[in-house]
Ligand binder design. Sequence first.
Ligand code: SF4
Ligand code: SF4
Length: 978
Amino acid sequence: MTDDWPGFEEFPAEAELPPDGMSRRRFVQLLGASLALAGLGACMERPRERILPYVTSPPDVEPGTAEWYATSMTLGGYGIGLLVKSREGRPIKIEGNPDHPASLGAAGIYQQASLLQLYDPQRSKRLRQDRKPSDWQSFVSQFAPASLRGRVGQRGEGLHFLLEPTASPLLASLLGRLRDLYPNVSVHLYAPLAYSGQRTAAVTAFGAALMPLYDVRQADVILAVDSDFLGSGPFHLRYARDFAERRRPSSPDGSMSRLYAIEPVPSVTGTSADHRLRARAGDLEGILGAIAAQVILGPSGGPEGLPDAMAAVLDRYRRDERNPGWVPEIARDLAAAGHRSAVVVGESLPPRVHLLGHLVNLALGNIGTTIRYVKRPLIEPETGHDGLATLVEAMQAGAVHTLVMLDANPAYTAPAGLDFRRALGRVGETVSLGLFEDETGRLSQWHLPLAHYLESWDDCRAYDGTAGLVQPLIAPLYGGKTVAQVLGAFLGEGDWSSHDLVRAQWSGHWGKADAPERWNEAVQRGIVSDTAFSPLTPLPRWNDIAAALGPRLNQGAGGMELVFQADPCVYDGRFANNAWLQELPDPMTKLAWDNAALVSPATARRLRVETGDELRLRQGGQQLTIAALVHPGMADEVLGLRLGYGRGSGDESLAEGVGVNAYPLRMSETSYSSPGVTIDATGAHHQLARTQTHWGLEGRPIALHTTLAHYREQPNFAREERGSPLSLYRGPPLGSGDQWAMTIDLSACTGCSACVVACQAENNIPVVGKEGVLRSREMHWLRIDRYFTGDAEDPQVISQPMLCQHCEKAPCEYVCPVEATVHSPDGLNEMVYNRCVGTRFCSNNCPYKVRRFNWFDYNAELAETERMAKNPEVTIRARGVMEKCTFCVQRIRQAQIAAGLEGRELHDGEVRTACQQACPSQAIVFGSLTHPNAEVVRRRAEPRSYTVLHELGTEPRVRYLARLTNPNPALQRERDGG
Ligand code: SF4
Ligand code: SF4
């Protein structure tokens, strides 16, 4: 070819280079190049102990066959049950465990992306002491009781442990034994996102540390007070599933629940609500207090027997003149729903707001219907960041001889005012155990690599108390140890494996005779049966509640307010090195590879700033510089700061230098919000990479939505708007067998983006980095479009998953000069990669803009470990081809082959696409149109089903179900200006 075309090279050298503006070093970092790891794949081993597949237990692993194993991942102290697909001893895909109460088969972004974390080539790889390599045996002999007692005495004076709040029965028992061995040992529990308001309020209200569990299926009216219960937290997968059940009427006479959300910064839950009401964080107590007063006191002044002190407290909230006009309407709606309502208060809120939430729920009789209380599964500190504050105090006083930090990174996350780094200098000996040699690891004398949960035996508890087992899918890649093993070393059990420790923990749980069988069953299912906590019926202590709330109103301070939040992608920073999560657009702002200070349009006008303008924030003697991002829906005079960025361990990790670290502005006592921040524009500008910069529907019927009331009047509104186009084209000839199709219910979709990461993991989708996103070259086959409608300052939000629509009359197919994109007999729009010459005509002619062009060989320099994350059932595309959603064709073909071998037809539901499988709200349904009883056929027949850009005559196989909302008629009239 080059002979015929002098000067033409099919693969010019420049094409292998990174895009302009990205250094070679950064590009290689992004791709995770690490030649040092060459050969590691050969060392890959299955765990030595007996692990048990979820379904069957073949005697030997057959090459080429996948096995599924149940395990659990712990985040925020609670476990979520998972199923992990393994091929030849390496985990390749993570999904939810349908038997687990917290997931019911779904998996969120962190669970999906934890696979990439396992294979991260920048994980900590060696145990070291004082910068020199060491080994586990040396560590064990140094810290075993016989040796350690010589330094901390018989009672463990000056021995301190720091770890996150945990619900693990194994860790609870090891910590108990440690206290027996060293009576003066101090155990500090701290996590930057662990808040104590809910616990403190429960102790005040009921005299016990209880946790509310919500059954949102039973609730007709829900009020969320800055609670993102559908989008984050250890329960959100289950709550999203339950909530969606009441949000999709299959017929116009079906019923729907109603959700009100009051919050300062838009969240997944807020944007899924029928009414999202903006409020400053400092005003939330007054607002909920006013609602409580209206509900409880009503026109009669309150029920008989209401303590006078309580009536007086509520009356003060009622008379607060700053109450917004919508308060009475929400209170009326809650009261009308009675015991079929629920008030959900965000975990980060202070105890007083939680107390008011308890009051409303008690007054409405919700306990036992929409809410049950169980004892809190976590071992946690009693107040806020106390765990760390008392430790730092002891460190500064020189009272800490040995500090052991287990999977904690306080050098990065410690609140401002606690100078953890300086205090560390006063500690005799320091040990850190971490997945990465992070900010804390680098400052410690001893550093040990932590075993990833996919390499570990462990246990956990779900939010309802259900115990789960963690079984490893692969032997530790870098000789990592679990938190339990390190605690075991301090107990003199340094030679115990993580398996020994877990087995010993659970051996007494069952009778001796059936213990082996029950253990096997628990490992196989990932769950220990019958361990959920029983619901309790607590008696409210009215006087204590009144005393805690009175005698004054706690009014929010004026001035600009900071609100700190976990980042919806990198969490508290622990996932900052995960390229899938860095590239995942923030579900609200669509920002990737960065964080920013979110401000409302009105506040931005007052400050005279625009998106990208750099702001200098000053508070409490601290300051930081961060770009502004103007975001409709923000409460005015509030600045939203996402935590988890600006990592600075001084290495060349992926997370290094991405975004700005907001922890230095966060105080212990105001870790959720703080008033009185000073803001100046620096005059500089920072480029933010966003995957969507235009969010108006411009009157086009793309993401259709209406109210339930209108749907009842005009059930066919979605179709009537469309008309039936004439077409000159004939569709492709379709076969007689299965005809694949998908429906996506916009009423159920919350925009959480779990499906995006699931698709990325399943289909070997590469990341392109910030520079690639700035050039709109992101490769996601599935994206979540987010549209704003209504008021420009305070809009309603619709999230619309957008993927290849698998059009029957596909515009891409007609224009491809080499027939690289063609139709399959079963209705798939297929890509033939080795035919594609990269003209991109197809992408230009695609009205949905779902085709992605592979500009660079993004996989060329992947580390050996990162290659292990690739799904062997899906091609890894080379540079220069167009790619897009395939409807997970590999899953279809596998199921067809399996059914063919058994001589039967496929059942409905047998093929589940990766996005469908992950979706917690079951918004996505996939199936064949030739199965008359298929769920996809039933959903397509709903009056609210429609196809996007129907007027173009493309006849997509993806249909959407229009979003329905169930607004309060009075507030809706107000919103409409009536
Ligand atoms: Fe989340 Fe995707 Fe499901 Fe929507 S469709 S709820 S974004 S997983
Ligand atoms: Fe991705 Fe498969 Fe869903 Fe298509 S069907 S968007 S390929 S997960």
